[in-house]
Design a binder for this molecule. Structure first.
Ligand SMILES: Nc1nc2c(ncn2[C@@H]2O[C@H](COP(=O)(O)OP(=O)(O)O)[C@@H](O)[C@H]2O)c(=O)[nH]1
Ligand SMILES: [Mg+2]
Length: 196
């Protein structure tokens, strides 16, 4: 997929959210799991800031994806603040009810949540909590296992099996951002999960 991408805005309160229009895909996960890297890989250009310091994204960053720069966007990507990193978990949990939770529960154009989980670490309770939360609110989601390139095939298969079991999900799509075609299966899953 190749889109023309425009950064829309950075929101730190629901009053900043862009007017609801086209379907939105939200990228969620712990700080440093690879949300911004994945957005850049899917879009084939560097639009989201990648950081080796966890907890840099403190706002919801919205990106509009256009087939043609002069026509209205086809969809919107939302890069959400990470959770679960010790140093910032306090401030993020303060922000969670004020604007992240309203975004996930009330945003009418939110079509799909992409939940990123790290394949290099054991299943995390914070990820289970998020997945439960989305299930409770009947939000469609898919689960992506990041940084798959760091593991051997055998170890990756075991990690994916553990993630599926712990998070009680049917599918965890392994993904790697720095390999050609590492995001191809994800584009298919993402488009298939979007409402027609
Ligand atoms: N090896 C490897 N590293 C990755 C991958 N995706 C992200 N990273 C690294 O993980 C770190 C955090 O990435 P970032 O996208 O900023 O995470 P975010 O906090 O979730 O947005 C950066 O150092 C990235 O280079 C991947 O698929 N493979
Ligand atoms: Mg980020």
């Amino acid at each position: 997929m190749k889109f023309s991408v425009k950064f829309l805005l950075s929101a730190t309160s629901p009053s900043h959210f862009p007017a609801p229009s086209v379907p939105e895909v939200a990228f969620l996960g712990r700080s440093n799991v690879g949300k911004s890297s994945l957005i850049n890989a899917l879009l084939g250009e560097t639009v989201a800031r990648v950081s080796s310091t966890p907890g840099r994204t403190r706002a919801i960053n919205f990106f509009a994806l256009h087939n043609n720069p002069n026509t209205p966007p086809k969809m919107i990507f939302a890069d959400l603040p990470g959770y679960g990193y010790a140093k910032i978990s306090k401030s993020i949990s303060a922000e969670w009810p004020s604007f992240i939770e309203p975004y996930l529960t009330e945003r009418e154009t939110l079509a799909l949540a992409v939940c990123l989980v790290d394949t290099n670490i054991p299943p995390q309770p914070s990820d289970s909590m998020l997945i439960d939360f989305l299930q409770q609110h009947q939000r469609p989601y898919i689960v992506v296992g990041t940084k798959a390139d760091r593991l051997s095939n055998n170890t990756l298969a075991k990690s994916i099996a553990a993630l599926k079991r712990e998070h009680q999900v049917d599918n965890v799509i392994p993904c790697t951002v720095n390999k050609q075609n590492g995001t191809k299966a994800l584009w298919s899953a993402l488009l298939a999960a979007l409402p027609a």
